[in-house]
Design a protein around this ligand. Structure first.
Ligand SMILES: Nc1ncnc2c1ncn2[C@@H]1O[C@H](COP(=O)(O)OP(=O)(O)O)[C@@H](O)[C@H]1O
Ligand SMILES: [Mg+2]
Length: 245
């Protein structure tokens, strides 16, 4: 039996460019898309067609102009992301949707190790419990983060440094580790292998296949044709998504 995870209907997004005299820029028009658990849907299409915008709308970094983004939450209740309140969105990003953005948002002074460990600590609500319980949780999260940094071939000499000065590919791998350390039922991946060498791209492909096999629903954009062929259970072009029920 297949379980639907995401059901998008009639999604529209236009940007209003206030700095350019209020120019109206339509990007997505009447887009429909459904994704089941265990699927890896790859969005194809030329640059500038709204692929990244679609992922940002689902993660609600951007708010839709109109339409519905129905998401089955971890507790099996459905919610429309377009209508969700800010507290609901924080909860959705915590528990229901994981997102690997194209660029790492670097937090000054936080080490690579803690950037990767942090999503596990959200889950354990570090403000609860006594000091020793919190220290134990932190140490367990750091141990897990070390495994991910090693898996993604980040040299140990970098683990204690903030990623601000890392190379593009190193930052991308930190970003991937930070998201995949705590997979959510729906994972959004925006060109996760774009600046990676072959060995690391292969590792990321294997991690995506593992996500799929555990029943996660994956929606991704991949620059590399070979990567696309390996991970996709279904490919859709962004232009075809418009009005394709
Ligand atoms: N925050 C924004 N403000 C204004 N225009 C934007 C914004 N984000 C994206 N766009 C525009 O939306 C279009 C689609 O962009 P994007 O979704 O990044 O395309 P893709 O990922 O397919 O290359 C582009 O024309 C881009 O300039
Ligand atoms: Mg893009």
């Amino acid at each position: 039996m297949t379980t639907q995870r995401l059901h998008i209907t009639g999604l529209n997004k236009a940007f209003t460019l206030h700095a350019q005299g209020g120019i109206h820029l339509p990007v997505l028009d009447t887009l429909n898309l459904s994704i089941d658990d265990g699927e890896c849907v790859v969005i194809e299409g030329p640059s500038g067609q709204g692929k990244s915008t679609l992922l940002k709308l689902i993660h609600a970094n951007y708010r839709a102009t109109s339409g519905a983004i129905a998401l089955r939450r971890s507790n099996d209740e459905w919610i429309d992301v377009v209508q969700a309140s800010e507290p609901e969105l924080l909860d959705i990003r915590q528990n229901d949707i994981g997102y690997v953005s194209q660029f790492l948002r670097v937090i000054p002074r936080i080490s690579a190790l803690d950037v990767v460990a942090e999503p596990l600590l959200d889950m354990w609500q570090p403000n609860h419990g006594d000091k020793s319980a919190r220290e134990q949780a932190l140490s367990a999260a750091r141990d897990e983060a070390k495994l991910w940094l090693a898996k993604l071939r980040i040299p140990e000499s970098l683990w204690s440094l903030p990623p601000a000065t890392f190379s593009g590919g190193e930052q991308q791998r930190i970003n991937i580790a930070r998201s995949l350390i705590r997979p959510r039922p729906l994972m959004l991946l925006d060109e996760p292998t774009a600046s990676l060498d072959k060995a690391n791209a292969e590792t990321v492909v294997e991690l995506i296949l593992a996500l799929r096999s555990t029943g996660c629903a994956v929606l991704g954009i991949f620059h590399d044709t070979e990567v696309r062929e390996r991970v996709a259970t279904r490919k859709v072009s962004i232009s075809q998504l418009r009005s394709a029920v």
